[in-house]
Design a binder for this molecule. Structure first.
Ligand code: NAP
Ligand code: HSE
Length: 428
C-alpha cells in the first residue's frame, strides 16, 4: 500500500466534525478504496477547548488556519470554515502557494473568488475541489465534470437551497404564513447565520454560479445571476398556484440562449406533478439536460453533517487515488468569458391581482396587458366576501420587459389595488 495521504482540516463545525468521523470510522474502507490510508495530521478551529464529540487528541492543533495550510507535513488542506473572505480565502491561497491540494465546501468563497483560486491552483499544479459546495450530498459536480463529460449541456436547473424549500413546503402543507414557516426553520437550526443568504436566494445563486461554470465552460460570474429571493411569497400565492396545478419553488436555471448565458435564481411555478414540484422539505434536486444523455434528475440531502461530509470525502478520495481534474472540468484559463443574457427568456407568467369589483375593471386590466403585448391564457376570479376581487391570470409566453411594462402600468388603471404579483412559470 502507498504512503498515507495527510490532511489538515480547518473548521470543526457541522461539516468538519462529519469529515473527522468518516476518516476515523471508515479508515479500513477508505484505505482499500483509495489504495492508501487517509490520515488527519492537524486541525484548526476558533476554540481549542470546545467539546466537539470526537477525539481530536491525536492531531496537532493550529490556532491559525493559514499556519495549518502552510504545514509541510500535510498534502491536502481541507477548508471547512466558510465565508467568502477572511480566513477561508487567506488559508486557501496559502495552501495553494505552499503546494497543497485543496478541498472545500465553501460555495461563497468559490462563487466570488473561484476563478482566481482555480487559476492559481492550476498554475501551481495543484487541484482545488468542491463537491460539497453544491447540493450537499448529491454528487452533482462529479456528475457534470465526469459522468456527463461527453455531453453538450443545454440546461442545468434545480432547487439548491434546502431551507427555502423547507419554508415553501411548510407554507404549502401546513398552511403556515411565510413568517411562521421562517420561524420554524430557524427553530430547527436550518438558517445560515445571515438568513438573507438563504431566503434572499444568495446561497443558491452561489451554487448555480459554480454549476454554470462547469456546464457551459464559462468563467465564474456570480454577478451575472438575476436574483430574487422568496421573502415576498405569500400563503395566498402558494394556495392559488396550487389551485392551478403548480408548486412554488426557489428555482435556479442556467441555460445558453441566443442572447447569451442566462443564469437566474428566483421563485417560479413548476407543475405540481413534476419531480421538482414534488420535492418536499429540505431536500435538493438538480436537473441536467445534455445532448446525448437527455434529462437526468439528481435528488438528495443538500445539507447536514453526514451528507456534506460524504461529498468532502469524495474529493479527498479522488486526490488520494491520483485523480486530478481541473476545478471546473477544464483548465480555468480556458473558460470562456460568456456574455450574460441581458433579457430573460420569454416565459408564461402567473399574475395575482386584487381588483376593485366594479363594471369594466377586468376590461381595463386586459387592455393594459394587451397594450404591452401580453396575451392571456387563463383567468380566474375567486369568491370574495369584501369589495375586492382576487384575480389570477396565466399569460401566454411573454417577454420579461413587456411584463414589467404591464406591471408598472396596472396601478394606473385605478382598479388594481396594491402591488400585483408576477411569478415565472418554468417549463420543466
Ligand atoms: P460551522 O458549523 O459554523 O463551522 C465552522 C467552523 O469553522 C467552526 O469549527 C469554527 O470554529 C471554524 N472557524 C470559523 N472561523 C474560523 C477562524 N477564523 N479560524 C479557525 N476556524 C474558524 O459551519 P459548517 O456548517 O460546518 O460549514 C462549513 C462550510 O461548509 C461552509 O463553507 C458552509 O457553507 C459549507 N457547507 C455547509 C453545509 C451544512 O450542511 N452545514 C452544507 C454544504 C456546505 P469554532 O467551532 O471554534 O467556532
Ligand atoms: N443553507 C444551505 C441550505 C445549507 O439551506 O441549503 C447547505 O448549503
Amino acid at each position: 500500500m502507498s504512503d498515507p495521504i495527510r490532511l489538515g482540516i480547518a473548521g470543526l463545525g457541522t461539516v468538519g466534525v462529519g469529515v473527522v468521523k468518516i476518516v476515523q470510522r471508515q479508515a479500513a474502507l477508505l484505505a482499500a478504496r483509495c489504495g492508501r490510508p487517509i490520515e488527519i495530521v492537524a486541525v484548526s478551529a476558533r476554540s481549542k477547548d470546545k467539546d466537539r464529540g470526537v477525539n481530536l487528541s491525536r492531531y496537532a492543533w493550529e490556532d491559525d488556519p493559514v499556519a495549518l495550510a502552510r504545514r509541510p507535513d500535510i498534502d491536502v488542506f481541507v477548508e471547512l470554515m466558510g465565508g467568502s473572505e477572511g480566513p477561508a480565502k487567506d488559508a486557501t491561497e496559502a495552501a495553494i502557494a505552499s503546494g497543497k491540494d485543496v478541498v472545500t465546501a465553501n460555495k461563497a468563497l468559490l462563487a466570488i473568488h473561484g476563478q482566481a483560486l482555480a487559476e492559481a491552483a492550476e498554475a501551481a499544479g495543484r487541484v482545488l475541489r468542491f463537491e460539497a459546495a453544491v447540493a450537499g450530498g448529491i454528487p452533482v459536480i462529479k456528475a457534470l465534470t465526469e459522468g456527463l463529460a461527453g455531453n453538450a449541456i443545454s440546461r442545468v436547473m434545480g432547487v439548491m437551497n434546502g431551507t427555502c424549500n423547507y419554508i415553501l413546503t411548510r407554507m404549502d402543507s401546513a398552511g403556515l404564513s411565510y413568517d411562521a414557516a421562517f420561524a420554524e426553520a430557524d427553530g430547527l437550526g436550518y438558517l445560515e447565520a445571515d438568513p438573507e443568504l438563504d431566503v434572499g436566494g444568495i446561497d443558491a445563486a452561489h451554487k448555480l454560479t459554480l454549476l454554470a461554470a462547469i456546464a457551459f465552460g464559462a468563467e465564474v460570474n456570480f454577478d451575472a445571476i438575476a436574483l430574487e429571493g422568496i421573502g415576498s411569497i405569500t400563503i395566498e400565492d402558494i394556495r392559488r398556484a396550487g389551485d392551478m396545478g403548480y408548486k412554488i419553488k426557489l428555482l435556479g436555471v442556467a441555460q445558453r440562449t441566443g442572447r447569451g448565458l442566462e443564469t437566474r435564481m428566483s421563485p417560479c411555478l413548476v407543475p405540481a406533478t413534476s419531480p421538482l414540484g414534488q420535492l418536499e422539505g429540505g431536500t435538493n434536486m438538480v436537473v441536467i439536460e445534455g445532448d446525448s444523455v437527455g434529462q437526468i434528475v439528481l435528488r438528495g440531502a443538500g445539507a447536514g453533517e453526514g451528507p456534506t461530509a460524504s461529498a468532502v470525502m469524495s474529493d479527498i478520495c479522488d486526490i488520494a487515488r491520483g485523480i486530478r481534474i481541473p476545478t471546473f472540468g477544464q483548465p480555468a484559463t480556458m473558460l470562456e468569458k460568456a456574455t450574460p443574457a441581458t433579457a430573460l427568456s420569454p416565459s408564461r407568467y402567473y399574475l395575482r391581482l386584487e381588483l376593485a369589483d366594479r363594471p369594466g375593471a377586468l376590461a381595463k386590466v386586459a387592455t393594459v396587458l394587451g397594450e404591452a403585448g401580453i396575451s392571456i391564457d387563463r383567468m380566474r376570479q375567486y369568491d370574495h366576501p369584501g369589495e375586492n376581487a382576487p384575480v389570477l391570470i396565466v399569460t401566454h409566453k411573454s417577454a420579461r420587459a413587456d411584463l414589467a411594462a404591464a406591471m408598472a402600468a396596472l396601478p394606473g388603471t385605478k382598479v388594481v389595488l396594491g402591488a400585483p404579483v408576477a411569478l415565472r412559470i418554468e417549463d420543466v
